[in-house]
Design a binder for this molecule. Sequence first.
Ligand SMILES: Nc1ncnc2c1ncn2[C@@H]1O[C@H](COP(=O)(O)OP(=O)(O)OP(=O)(O)O)[C@@H](O)[C@H]1O
Length: 253
Amino acid sequence: MQKTIISVKNLTKKYGDFEAVKGISFDVMEGEIFGLLGPNGAGKSTTLEIIETLRKKTSGEIFVDGMNLDKRPNDIKKIIGVQLQAAGYYPGLTLIELVQMFAGLYNKKIDSLELLDSVNLRDKAKNKFKQLSGGQKQRFSIATTLINQPKIIFLDEPTTGLDPQARRNLWDLILDIRSKGTTVIITTHYMDEAEFLCDRIAIVDAGKIITLDTPDNMIDNLVATGFERPKQVKNANLEDVFIHLTGKDLRAE
Ligand SMILES: Nc1ncnc2c1ncn2[C@@H]1O[C@H](COP(=O)(O)OP(=O)(O)OP(=O)(O)O)[C@@H](O)[C@H]1O
């Protein structure tokens, strides 16, 4: 049977008088890719940051790998990986130096080149972060979430602003990370991404979960109401043309 690795119960968050998260509950199973979808301002980042122990909740209960967030935040920090904002990276250091620095902070011995290799950045080891393309930056920041060999990683809109190849490449990377047993929680604004990657999705709107299910069930439920999409007249779209012409494989970006 699948084990629950994150349990969120009746979570609320107020910023002053404004209630950004209004009593949401969900469980994440070990080894799944769980998506939080919702419009801007729905409360996704706030929810993630609370589970990541980076933001205080107003009320509710959270358990991560059986640990109560109120009682053992430091133990929770040890088993999670959080994607940092790019601005947080020391500009003078190379990728390999950054990885070594993070490993030192976590007190972990890791093979830095192998880690960079796992995100296809071995040949950029001596480059500085600012010299990377958008896709490479995202891959590097995902690599940094893996340094402490976490059980769970949190990715907040990891593919925003990337071109189609770089996005697909990142999807493969995320699937690869999950295939090694890591649980992934991801927020995204891209529906195709959520449909492709996520085992289950919670749709959040105005601080509440309005539905939680597999993408397939959500679509089937909508179709069962009689909903029908306007018929597609062509068997391909512009993205297909773009990918077909420029190639699927990772390039120098
Ligand atoms: N530090 C803060 N102080 C006051 N209000 C905040 C703060 N952080 C977020 N909010 C508000 O809380 C609401 C939820 O914000 P949050 O960033 O969690 O949404 P989100 O779903 O992640 O949105 P996006 O998709 O745009 O990232 C928004 O209305 C936002 O303006």
